[in-house]
Write a protein that binds this ligand. Structure first.
Ligand code: NAD
Length: 291
């Protein structure tokens, strides 16, 4: 069994991006600029956004953080998005989800200019992705593709079972892995909460992508010997031995599954750090496209 070290791979990719930015700076070119909008004080969202801003600083991007309290109206938020769409200094931006209940996330996603949609959530980017056209790929699936590619994991002709059908992880992952591309060319089964005999479906997989948000859901009895296991889940479970009172676990029971898997991603330190590097790669791309 090999561990896919997302933390280390993310650092390698960040170093590569930093080199490119140094080069752009040396040539007097435009430094990529990412903006992030954070609404409310959800601790997980704050920590994700902080991490994104820190990563921007590391690679030498410019970054702008716009923080608004949870009481902001939908109209005010849409105005901020319009300004970011118009602002020529900003190459790309994200609005950290989830948003408070009184704000319609779909409306917000649709308001973002697809050319600045570095999270890859806008239907224009999603549609282009589905047709194999150039686009901003959604950050988490893009990070997983990077892992498969850099670890030289053969996906062609393999049976992949994706668990979870969200718009940001499961559904785009199923599309990307079924595309005629490398990584890709998989036969994909997309499973979800209504799937019958989910355990039997997962057991047929050469590659498992788990994105459901249930701690340790995938146990050893569901995993075929030699399967590649990609764990997207980030779940907080109580842990009195930790100062914080909790620890993070994935959707896969790592200790039970690791011996059976040929490759496995840990949580934390697996898919999570790769999501941030995808965002940086998309921002670099947005900046280049603007030239
Ligand atoms: P979501 O809640 O939007 O979707 C969950 C999906 O799981 C749904 O499609 C649902 O049908 C399916 N599901 C729920 N219960 C199920 C069950 N018992 N059996 C089969 N399917 C079931 O979740 P999401 O936004 O895709 O996130 C999933 C997990 O991934 C969460 O833990 C989230 O924190 C994590 N996540 C991690 C990253 C990262 O960067 N590593 C990024 C996004 C999400």
């Amino acid at each position: 069994m090999k561990i896919i070290d997302g933390k280390q791979l993310a650092q390698t990719i960040k170093n590569e991006i930093k080199e490119e930015v140094d080069q752009i700076r040396a040539e007097g070119g435009n430094i990529p600029h990412l903006a992030a909008v954070l609404v409310g004080d959800n601790p997980a969202s704050r920590s994700y956004v902080r991490n994104k801003v820190r990563s921007c600083e590391f690679v030498g991007f410019e970054s702008t953080l716009i923080q608004k309290d949870a009481g902001i109206s939908e109209e005010e938020l849409l105005e901020i998005i319009d300004e970011l769409n118009e602002n020529e200094d900003i190459d790309g931006f994200i609005v950290q989800l989830p948003l408070p209940d009184h704000i319609d996330e779909t409306k917000v996603t649709l308001a973002i200019d697809p050319k600045k949609d570095v999270d890859g959530f806008h239907p224009v980017n999603f549609g282009r992705m589905a047709q194999g056209l150039d686009c901003f790929l959604p950050a988490t699936p893009y990070g997983i593709l990077q892992m498969l590619e850099r670890y030289k994991i053969d996906t062609s002709g393999k049976h992949c079972v994706v668990i979870g059908r969200s718009n940001i992880v499961g559904t785009p992952m199923s599309i990307l892995l079924s595309r005629k591309a490398n990584p890709g060319n998989c036969t994909v089964t997309l499973t979800h909460s209504r799937t019958k005999d989910l355990g039997a479906e997962i057991l047929r997989a050469d590659i498992i992508v788990a994105a459901i948000g249930i701690p340790n859901f995938v146990g050893s009895d569901m995993v075929k010997e030699g399967a590649v296991v990609i764990d997207v889940g980030i779940n907080r479970v109580e842990d009195e031995t930790r100062k914080s009172g909790y620890r993070l676990v994935g959707d896969v029971d790592f200790d039970a599954v690791a011996d059976k898997a040929s490759y496995i991603t840990p949580v934390p330190g697996g898919v999570g750090p790769m999501t941030v590097t995808s965002l940086l790669m998309n921002t670099l791309k947005a900046s280049r496209l603007k030239q």
